[in-house]
Every structure is written in C-alpha cells, then in structure tokens.
Design a protein around this ligand. Structure first.
Ligand code: IDC
Length: 327
C-alpha cells in the first residue's frame, strides 16, 4: 500500500477518517460503512496551468480551506491553443503523466483524495480518443494501483460537436466507451471507484439512471454551472436519485457554463443545499488566475502558492466561505 498520511498537525486526515472508498446503493461509502462526502477543488487544464501542481499550494487548500479532494483535469485534446494528451507528442504525454503522479503523491502526503480526470471536451465523444484513453489508463493505473486515495474519472463531459452543432453523444455511445475502458482499468487496478460522464456536458444523469452500466463500484457525473443550470437540471438529479443512481459532482461553477459572467449566489446556494441533503460530493472549477469568473485567483496574482485573501477572485472568496459552512 502506498503511504497515505493519516495524521497531520495533530489531526486525522480525510483519508484517516474514511480510508478506502467504495460505492453502495447511491452513495460513496467509507471503510467504516459511513457515507463519505468529499468536497474540493479542480485544477484548470493541466497542459496550460501545470504550475499549480505544487505541494505548497495544495497544502494550503487542504489546511486553510479544508478540501478533502483535489481534481487533476487532464485535457484529452487540444484546448485554448494548447495540445492535449491525445494530440500532443510523446514528450507532452509523458510530462502530463508525471504531473498526474506528482499530484497524486502530494495528495497522499496530505491524506486527501484525488480525482484523475480524463477531461474530454472538444473531443466531444469519448469514443473519439478511446485508443489514447486506453493508452493513458494502461500507463497510469499500474503506477497508481497502490494509492487508495485515488478515484478515476473516465470522461469529463461527453457533448456535441460544438462547431457543427450536431452529433450529440448519446448514453449508448458512453456505454460503449465505458464497456471498453472500465475493463482495461479493472484489469490493472480492480478496486478503485470509477466515475463515468453523462450526455450533454454531464447533465443527463436521468438517462444513465434509466440504463445504468453493469459494473460495480462506479458513479456517474453531474456537472452544473449555477447561473446557467437551474431547477430543470436539479429535477434531473432528483429523478436519478429516485432511481438510486450514485452521483458525484466532479465539477461545478458558481457562474455561467462558459466559466464566466456573473456569480449567482442564490442558485449556487440552492444547488449546494440539494447536494448536501443528499450527501453528494462536489468539486469546484477552477484553480487558476485566468481572467474568467470561475478562476479562484485574480488574474493579477502570479503566485503559484502562498495565496492571501487579496489574491482571491470573488469566486475564490466564495469558495473559501462555502468550504467553511453547510447549507
Ligand atoms: C473552460 C475554462 C476556460 C477554457 C475552456 C476551454 O474555464 O478557461 O477556455 O474550458 O478549455 C466545462 C468544462 C471545463 C470548462 C468549464 C467552463 O468541463 O473544461 O472550462 N465548463 O466553461 N463544462 C461546463 C463548463
């Protein structure tokens, strides 16, 4: 077993409290048989913002903000003019793999959980880069097998071809992909929780609930951006929960779906209340200083650790507050 730290600063770490996780019914369950609710922060694109994967920064979010999970968003394809894992070269792929390992090792040292996210986005259908996905999991799983604090997320947000506005990825497409990739992972690393994205940018948990996959120990993704997705998406969540579907909100924003625009506190609060009532884990987008509302740092902040209150954007300030309370 990898060394996942159990005690820091005289306190039990999240991993000491919960241990190895598994899925039972609609919940993430810990070693003591209790429901485990994780809360945390996602990186931005690891290809564009690798600098935030450093021990000092993640330690600060653990100690000062109380995150219990950190998400490593590995973009599978090019975004923002930067190559992803699939369309970059071998050197780029290796650097991303190293960054994933580094991030996991830091989280193990802090005794927190970590999500390894195959972040499909502009490669809208996960089958598109499934060969590379297979290559990635074949490379990474043997290295992470001993880390019981790791959760795998195999397709961030299946969606549609944005340029052509067509070819919406269906739940059948995702099922086909999951049926190919989950066995690859399970062969190398049989016990980790695996999270599967759902159609329409991971909003159609209702469709997954109507035709769940046949694997054990898996969860399904719901993503929301509070100023865009409101009651009708919360209804889809309620429907999926009524069918006992295990759901993990691996990404959400308090602004619009472009990761920008206004912060919507009212809708954010409604969402967080619903998630907490149902003991659903959630992770905020994003750790960067990009000039966009969803970035938790001001664009003027060039530090990569040791952030002060003054370095936080309005989203960063709200993140700190939401981590400190329940709704
Ligand atoms: C956004 C980033 C933005 C970047 C864009 C493309 O915030 O800076 O230009 O991706 O790389 C998602 C995606 C997530 C998006 C985010 C906001 O999972 O990658 O990040 N979002 O648009 N789904 C819904 C919203």
């Amino acid at each position: 077993m990898a060394n996942i730290v159990l005690s820091r600063n005289g306190k039990d770490t999240p991993f000491a409290i919960h241990g190895k996780l598994h899925v039972e019914g609609s919940h993430l369950i810990d070693e003591k048989g209790q429901i485990c609710e994780l809360r945390g922060l996602s990186t931005h694109n690891l290809s564009t913002y690798p600098e935030y994967i450093n021990e000092e920064a993640i330690t600060q979010f653990t100690d000062e903000y109380g995150i219990s999970i950190f998400r490593l968003a590995l973009y599978s394809a090019e975004a923002d003019g930067c190559k992803g894992y699939s369309d970059g070269d071998d050197v780029h792929r290796e650097s991303l793999e190293k960054l994933i390992i580094k991030g996991v090792e830091i989280c193990a040292k802090l005794g927190i959980y970590v999500l390894v996210d195959w972040h499909i986005l502009f490669d809208y259908n996960p089958n598109m880069n499934a060969d590379m996905s297979e290559h990635f999991w074949n490379t990474i799983c043997p290295q992470l097998r001993e880390y019981d604090n790791v959760i795998y997320e195999i397709c961030n947000e299946p969606n549609m071809d944005i340029k052509r506005q067509c070819d919406e990825t269906s739940w059948e497409d995702i099922t086909k992909y999951a049926n190919r990739i989950i066995p690859v992972i399970r062969k190398l690393d049989s016990e980790k929780v695996v999270i599967v994205g759902t159609p329409t940018w991971s909003q159609r948990v209702d469709q997954a609930a109507d035709a769940p996959l046949s694997f054990d120990n898996i969860m399904y993704t719901l993503h929301f951006y509070a100023d865009t997705h409101r009651e009708d998406l919360r209804e889809k969540l309620r429907y999926a929960l009524s069918k006992n579907l295990p759901i993990f909100v691996t990404e959400f924003g308090i602004c619009n779906a472009a990761g920008d625009g206004d912060v919507n506190d009212e809708e954010t609060n409604l969402w967080l209340k619903l998630l907490q009532e149902n003991k659903i884990s959630y992770v905020l987008w994003n750790l960067s200083n990009k000039n966009e509302t969803s970035a938790i740092l001001k664009d003027s902040c060039t530090k990569t650790a040791g952030f002060t209150e003054d370095d936080l954007s309005p989203c960063g300030q709200r993140f700190k507050t939401m981590m400190s309370k329940r709704y």
